[in-house]
Design a protein around this ligand. Sequence first.
Ligand code: SD4
Length: 300
Amino acid sequence: MIVSTWDFGAAANAAAFARIKAGGSLLDAVEAGAMVPEADPTNHSVGFGGYPDREGYVTLDAIIMDDRGNVGAVAALEDFAHPISVARRVMEKTPHTMLVGAGAHQFALEQGFSRTKLLTPEAEAAWREWLRTSQYKPVANSENQRGSALDHDTIGILACGTDGRLAGACTTSGMAFKLRGRIGDSPQSGCGLLVEAGVGGATATGVGEEVTRIAGSARVVSSMRAGMSPMAACREAVTHIARLRGDAVKDAQVAFLAIDRRGEVGAYALQPGFTYAVTDTDGHTRVSAAESLKGAPRAR
Ligand code: SD4
């Protein structure tokens, strides 16, 4: 089973599924899946074509992990189109779990990755337009509204083998027009992503600060460890954020997607509009709308 966030998860799942069919591991699969939106210039907040920070720099965050505590991540990485692959090298070639900024950049070069200009003319134009007002107001569900000024399209992808083994990846350029140096939940283990052998995995999307405050994915996995279903665990984490943050999150989107070791999938969001893609063991994909605290899912 492969699950991933938002409508564009369907294309990522297809790449991940193909990788497994070709004999790849679960890690190979989630990396291949994450690379799809990273390479897509119409996706304005993963990899190439991502919206920049408010200084005009595209900075990328990514994490990859298996279910045995092997983790690699990069944050605030510039000039490389596939941060997920650099994150995997951090996991496999260093004793560390995360490299950031200039050090991550140097490491990527040393590992043989080629530099790429990430700021596309379209993203630059959106940034210049944003500079006219410089208003920072994240828009809920902009992931599914291509071209909106505050587009942000994180992909979190989880794969569960027929033997219950798990792997996950999460990659993003973060919130559009963020402060320079800002790092969200996505590359932080236990925030944007966590997978644990014998339990399951969870990933998050939406306003990363709200996820980081509660170590959201770790919370979802803990709830599943304690016996909750993936859906109940996601709902518990969202409810906790709403209770904790009140009015501060009234217009924000935060969503969790989880899978347990048996392949049961669940998701829950703060606002309606969060969608996720599920690919089953036969390779069939469906995109579903998650239930939310603030109302019914939008009809699809
Ligand atoms: C972040 N959580 O950097 C990411 C953004 C995101 O869909 O998920 N966008 O805060």
